[in-house]
Design a protein around this ligand. Structure first.
Ligand code: FDA
Length: 279
């Protein structure tokens, strides 16, 4: 387990909140903002949810106290979605009230498609009272172009990502190339119809496409990447004056996240075994 923890450190800031704050401080020095996330999901008991919400509260205070360029990103299922929709909404709204005090920002992660409708519903409800809240959408889902267009009309702030969950072929694009083509299509929609959105990808072709679109569309946007991936690109984009944020997850429940990152890119498994063998 100890070796796994060390390997996971590439993608996860650490187990303690302090580890995430240190990572945020480090990347802020290169003009890169941090998106802090407490790992953990699919809670079916109120105790786990309450502990998580209390920790986000503390985290928001620490971000302010340390003067960090950082926001938070939460998963609906860690805020109580599996217990009750209303309970989840209340928890996210409690966090938003705190974010408001700190003039911060809150992103809502998108989980698997079973929760897409309810997550969008919660997001739309949040948008009625708060403007500093954004939602991740996934281009591996066929519905996402329509969802995005509708959310933009309501002033939604969109984080465009390809989607990290395996979905049924009836609702998704099983081929990565189709997901990527859809990414490009929806990115164009964002530049044409949106503002203040996030391009969350490590795909160099998509990053180049965003840079190209930004030349012909005067829009506020940011790049977002996961900790441990394309770190040189992150630094270069920030050096060139683009707004870039790194998603920094932390906490004792790192294993599911770590395995998701490995699954996403089988080559990472080889790299992991090489380092285990000392190669
Ligand atoms: P793709 O997977 O095609 O990768 C393109 C290239 O990037 C690869 O060829 C490789 O070079 C590099 N790369 C990608 N992943 C890598 C890795 N793990 N290690 C090393 N290199 C890697 N998903 C979701 O379903 N809900 C969400 O809320 C979010 N939120 C989110 C926030 C942020 C800031 C990011 C960057 C991503 C997410 N995601 C997400 C994850 C997203 O949906 C997607 O699974 C990953 O970003 C991988 O897709 P890419 O767009 O990078 O392309």
């Amino acid at each position: 387990m100890g070796i796994l923890v060390r390997l996971a450190n590439k993608w996860v800031a650490g187990i303690e909140m302090e580890d995430a704050l240190i990572r945020a401080e480090q990347i802020n020095k290169s003009n890169v903002g941090a998106i802090l996330n407490i790992l953990g999901e699919h809670y079916e008991d109120r105790k786990s949810v309450e502990v998580t919400i209390a920790e986000y509260y503390m985290l928001l205070d620490k971000i302010k106290e340390c003067g960090l360029d950082a926001c938070i990103s939460v998963k609906p299922s860690q805020c109580g979605l599996m217990i009750d929709e209303k309970y989840c909404m209340e928890n996210i709204q409690k966090l938003l009230a705190k974010v408001k005090e700190h003039k911060g920002f809150l992103w809502i992660d998108m989980e698997n498609s079973e929760y897409t409708d309810v997550t969008i519903k919660i997001y739309e409800q949040c948008l009625k009272s708060y403007s500093f809240v954004g939602l991740a959408v996934q281009t591996n889902l066929k519905r996402t172009e329509q969802d995005t267009k509708r959310l933009l009309k309501k002033g939604g702030r969109i984080r465009l990502c390809k989607g990290a969950y395996r979905e049924d072929v009836s609702i998704s694009y099983p081929k990565r190339s189709d997901t990527t083509a859809n990414y490009q299509k929806i990115m164009k929609v964002l530049f044409e119809e949106g503002d203040n959105f996030a391009i969350a990808t490590h795909d160099m072709m998509m990053i180049e496409a965003a840079l190209s679109l930004s030349k012909s569309h005067n829009k506020n946007f940011e790049f977002q990447m996961l900790q441990g991936v394309r770190e040189s690109t992150v630094r270069e984009l920030a050096k060139d004056g683009y707004r870039v944020l790194e998603y920094v997850p932390y906490g004792p429940r790192w294993l599911a996240y770590f395995l998701r990152r490995l699954r996403e890119r089988p080559r990472n498994v080889i790299t992991m075994f090489r380092s285990l063998m000392g190669g």
